[in-house]
Design a protein around this ligand. Sequence first.
Ligand SMILES: Cc1cc2nc3c(=O)[nH]c(=O)nc-3n(C[C@H](O)[C@H](O)[C@H](O)COP(=O)(O)OP(=O)(O)OC[C@H]3O[C@@H](n4cnc5c(N)ncnc54)[C@H](O)[C@@H]3O)c2cc1C
Length: 238
Amino acid sequence: MFEPRAFAVTQNKKEAEGIFTLALEPADGERLFDFEAGQFVMLQLLTQDGSVWAQAAYSIANAPCETKNTIELGIKVEGEFTQRAVKLEANDEVMIRGPYGAFTLKEHEGPSVFFAGGIGVVPIRSMIRELLLCESKEEIFLFYSSRTHAEMAYEDELRDLATQYSNFYPVFCVTRGAEDGWKGECERVNIQMVQRYFSELKMAKYYMCGPVPFMDSIHEMLEAEGVDLKACLHREKF
Ligand SMILES: Cc1cc2nc3c(=O)[nH]c(=O)nc-3n(C[C@H](O)[C@H](O)[C@H](O)COP(=O)(O)OP(=O)(O)OC[C@H]3O[C@@H](n4cnc5c(N)ncnc54)[C@H](O)[C@@H]3O)c2cc1C
């Protein structure tokens, strides 16, 4: 059990339609806790008198190897909690508990394949950044599905990483109509699509995060291909 700790907002940046990245540092200036790529924290929002108003879980979006003091949270605006969270400004205080979770990178020789649906990209961004920045030489595939291009967070950054790291292959999928000139796929992730980019299905470790129907369809797709799901597939449910 972790004690809640005060963190101060250092930045609140719009990433995409309805998605913001909140950067936070320990308010006392002390060292950040250790965490693993893919883990999450409990974010507690405070009332004016400093008591806890409400809390919810958010995955850490940045990679442990690239940060000394900052955690980034990628937040999709939905109900009252997130509407308040994305209005936070620099120097506002929140409480953080954690880190928690076992959706983390597993030791593995061979490709790592990530499936992200919508805001499920957040922990996957952390994991991919960790692998690349720690100079992993293994192939890394990302299938990132978003309803619309406007709602796709971190796209430019992921495309930039692919130009810097020749072992990283991101595939961007828009499911509700793409604009002219769209550089990506225009349908849901499916086995024909996956095999256009990557065919050694039984050699990989798989990680997925997104809406339940999205994860169910990926699960079925890999199961039908005979992948040992118990050993090879790791998932985070929001
Ligand atoms: C492991 C995990 C990781 C996750 N990671 C992410 C992530 O990276 N990004 C992301 O966007 N989402 C993530 N989620 C989902 C996230 O935790 C929230 O469920 C989601 O953001 C819903 O936001 P909301 O605004 O609809 O919340 P709300 O439905 O508004 O509620 C959130 C909490 O606030 C309380 N609350 C809301 N309004 C009030 C009120 N008026 N008075 C008192 N309490 C109130 C609710 O009771 C609840 O406890 C994750 C979930 C899990 C389980």
